[in-house]
Design a protein around this ligand. Structure first.
Ligand code: ADP
Ligand code: MG
Length: 468
């Protein structure tokens, strides 16, 4: 059960990262623990490490917490109690609807680490997924979409510094690149305990380099990277436009390559396509073997789901696996998110997983979050109630009525599409995500204090859902 609270929290972190950016998640949310979910009172208990973090989250991210925790926990109202080393205070009390008295045991859940923070530039240790599973070859399902990358990864793990050096794996987000990189690291380590493997995201490599310059530690920095046997650099695209870092990396690359040490990269695109990268570096990235990863077929998706579910100790029947695998997701991370929501819902409501439950949980995904509803449909339906066109909504005009209509548009877009606050702001005249956040707040407040406004909002929403 507590496992499920952990799963919900890591799901939340993933969403928060998309919406508010990874810096916000790293700085604020990772410091917070989700300690308990009391289903009878719809209360979420969170714990902040200190006053400052608590206050900041309270005033800046309450809406984000409320919106997504409500959705992830499948409830209409939620009460959030944010405590801080012994002190507790609830943030905006919401109406409570009592339901079945299921209480998730309180237990301290430590903040989960993201891929980037799994291995803070040290030799490769245990690298875990957000749900606590280890990324290894064993837990990786091979299908036509990734078989080449998988075979290459295995070959490299068996003979580091051999034929395929460097190995360059590219593909879209959530397709298993990080999983494969960690698998290589583990396999190398398992075979030869003495070999030094180092995993780092390019993002963190850049940060580390900058701080090395600042604190006059360049030599130690270079030494650290030049003394490894296997270097794994995840998401190399993040080194783009960082000329000095590229220069430093170039030397590390040459040293390792000349010493026949293995280098492995992942990226969201193939080397020639990497913008903002010095030609000589781009050229070197493609020196060895370049392999790509694709979106898996239905069969592979089913196999992945079954494997993941087994790892969670919740085996899936064929029909449930088929149903989840057929959800319109664009990558495996989202597929896993869907699975976790199903497992969590079944577990939190004390039921075993069935097709009915999966449908109940995921139809929301079809209908509202991931469904085919786009911004256009929202604007179209809204125009039946308010006399404004898309141009008006996108304009900089700040007439009172128009501002309200624009805020309602933002609210509904957030509610019925799967777009981020940033996307919504961008679509509605290049506004930033805090403007959208503010609008959501405003509309919500008005809806809670004005019944006819609430009804009107509900009508428009129903209209959007029914609209072809
Ligand atoms: P990327 O680095 O390409 O964005 P990740 O490696 O983080 O993607 O993968 C996202 C999630 O999908 C991880 O939980 C990973 O374990 C899972 N995953 C991806 N591909 C597979 C696969 N072939 N078999 C099992 N799990 C997979
Ligand atoms: Mg990754």
């Amino acid at each position: 059960m507590t496992d499920m609270v952990t799963a919900i929290w890591s799901e939340f972190l993933t969403i928060a990262k998309e919406e508010a950016g990874s810096r916000v998640v790293e700085t604020w949310f990772k410091a917070v623990s989700f300690t308990e979910w009391d289903m009878s009172t719809h209360t979420v208990y969170l714990q902040a490490p200190n006053h400052f973090v608590r206050e900041w989250i309270k005033s800046n991210y309450y809406q984000l917490l409320e919106t997504h925790l409500k959705r992830l926990l499948h409830v209409d109202h939620i009460k959030i109690i944010l405590t801080e080393s012994g002190i507790s205070e609830s943030i905006p009390p919401q109406p409570i609807t009592p339901t079945s008295p299921v209480i998730v045991p309180a237990k301290q859940i430590t903040p989960k680490q993201s891929d980037e923070t799994i291995l803070p530039a040290r030799s490769l240790g245990k690298s875990k997924t957000p749900s606590g599973r280890v990324y290894t070859f064993d837990s990786f399902v091979v299908g036509p979409n990734n078989s080449l990358a998988y075979a290459a990864a295995q070959a490299v793990a068996e003979r580091p510094g051999g034929m395929y050096n460097p190995l360059f794996i590219y593909g879209g987000s959530g397709l298993g690149k990080t999983h494969l990189l960690h698998s290589i690291g583990h396999a190398v380590k398992t075979r030869d305990k003495k070999s030094v493997t180092l995993y780092q995201t390019a993002d963190r490599f850049v940060t580390e380099f900058i701080s090395a310059i600042r604190f006059d530690k360049i030599h130690a920095f270079q030494q650290k990277y030049k003394s490894v046997d296997v270097l794994l650099i995840d998401d190399i695209q993040f080194i783009s436009n960082k000329e000095q870092t590229q220069e430093a990396f170039f030397h590390i690359f040459n040293t390792l390559y000349d010493a026949q040490k293995q280098i492995i990269f992942s990226s969201d695109t193939y080397p020639q396509n990497l913008q903002g990268l010095a030609e000589r570096l781009r050229y070197r990235l493609a020196w060895g073997l370049v392999v790509d990863m694709h979106v898996p077929t239905l069969e592979t998706r089913i196999a992945i789901l079954k494997k993941k579910a087994d790892l969670h100790g919740e085996p899936l029947s064929d029909e449930v696996a088929y149903f989840i695998a057929s959800c319109p997701v664009s990558n495996i991370r989202e597929l896993e998110g869907a699975l976790i929501r199903v497992i969590a819902f079944a577990s939190l409501t004390n039921q075993s997983i069935s097709l009915e439950i999966a449908q109940k949980v995921l139809l929301r995904v079809h209908d509202t979050r991931k469904g085919p509803i786009g911004f256009e449909r929202v604007v179209k339906c809204l125009s039946k109630y308010y006399p404004y066109s898309l141009d008006d909504l996108q304009s900089q005009n700040r007439g009172k009525e128009l501002v309200m209509a624009r805020q309602i548009a933002m609210f509904l877009m957030k509610k019925v599409t799967d777009k981020s606050l940033r996307d919504i702001g961008h679509y509605l005249g290049g506004r930033d995500h805090s403007t959208v956040m503010y609008a959501l707040d405003k509309v919500q407040q008005q809806a809670s204090s004005n019944e006819s406004f609430f009804d009107q909002l509900k009508r428009i929403e129903d209209d959007i859902m029914q609209c072809p």
